[in-house]
Write a protein that binds this ligand. Structure first.
Ligand code: PGA
Length: 251
């Protein structure tokens, strides 16, 4: 059985005091969370240790939003997978569309990051998703297939089994426009099919595929109700504990 996951990507939001306060709000509410859902919060790097302390006696795990494509050395400003792992963080987002768009991260670079994350026992949350013009040109299946195959398909079966995938159509991120549950299901099913072709049915059935893009407590239930949607990667709504809980409890 694959895991149901809700991960909150805080992006570049909250100073340290605000971040701790949000974590403490989540800790207060945690006894009301749906126990079947794995809950991950993903604050900025600077907050990870403090947020882990604030959530220490809960089941909520803490991840990072990115990691370097190199192991170590003269890369000013970068944060390595090993550094993140040494904080005991659990997950790392790789290939978020904002990283692809604003920082020129290609599938080739992301492939290096994925391997370094796995080497350090971090679970990569590998993001894919098409831009509006790509969907309008009905090219979204190809775009997603290329992102997944170039980023992930040289992994061994054992490595690939550890990946979480997040499908996030760029036109739905932070825009208030959500993919319809049918649109999400159609592409999640397709992603599972291409994984099955490459790694076989068993592995593809066990991979969690999250949807991201303007998920809110009011629309989460319909989206999570689809057969191939195993949870969400949440941006804006992860910044309010009550809203985040509403999404966790939407399954
Ligand atoms: P959003 O962001 O929920 O604010 O649309 C999702 C994401 O970028 O992960």
């Amino acid at each position: 059985m694959r895991k149901q996951i809700v991960a909150g990507n805080w992006k570049m939001n909250t100073n340290i005091a605000e971040g701790i306060s949000l974590a403490l709000d989540l800790r207060e509410l945690e006894n009301q969370f749906n126990n079947n859902v794995e809950v991950i919060v993903i604050p900025p790097f600077t907050h990870i240790t403090e947020i882990m302390n604030a959530l220490s006696d809960t089941n909520i795990t803490v991840g990072a939003q990115n990691c370097a494509a190199e192991e170590k050395g003269a890369y000013t400003g970068e944060v390595s997978a090993e550094m993140i792992a040494s904080l005991e963080a659990s997950h790392v987002i790789i290939g978020h569309s904002e990283r692809r768009a604003y920082y020129g991260e290609t599938n080739e670079i992301l492939n290096k990051k994925v391997k370094l994350a796995l080497k350090n026992n971090l679970t990569p949350i590998y993001c894919c998703g098409e831009k509006l013009e790509e969907r309008e040109a009905e090219n979204h299946f190809n775009v997603v297939k290329t992102q997944i195959s170039e980023g992930l398909f040289d992994l061994s079966e054992k490595e690939f089994s550890k990946i979480v995938i997040a499908y996030e159509p760029v036109w739905a991120i932070g825009t208030g426009v959500t993919a319809s549950p049918e649109q999400a299901q159609e592409i999640h099913k397709y992603i599972r099919e291409i994984i099955a072709e490459k790694y076989g049915k068993e592995i593809s059935e066990n991979i969690s595929i999250l949807y991201g893009g303007s998920v809110k407590p009011s629309n989460a239930n319909e989206i999570f109700g689809k057969a191939d949607v195993d949870g969400g990667l949440i941006g804006g709504a992860a910044l309010k504990a009550e809203d985040f809980m509403g999404i966790i409890n939407a399954f």
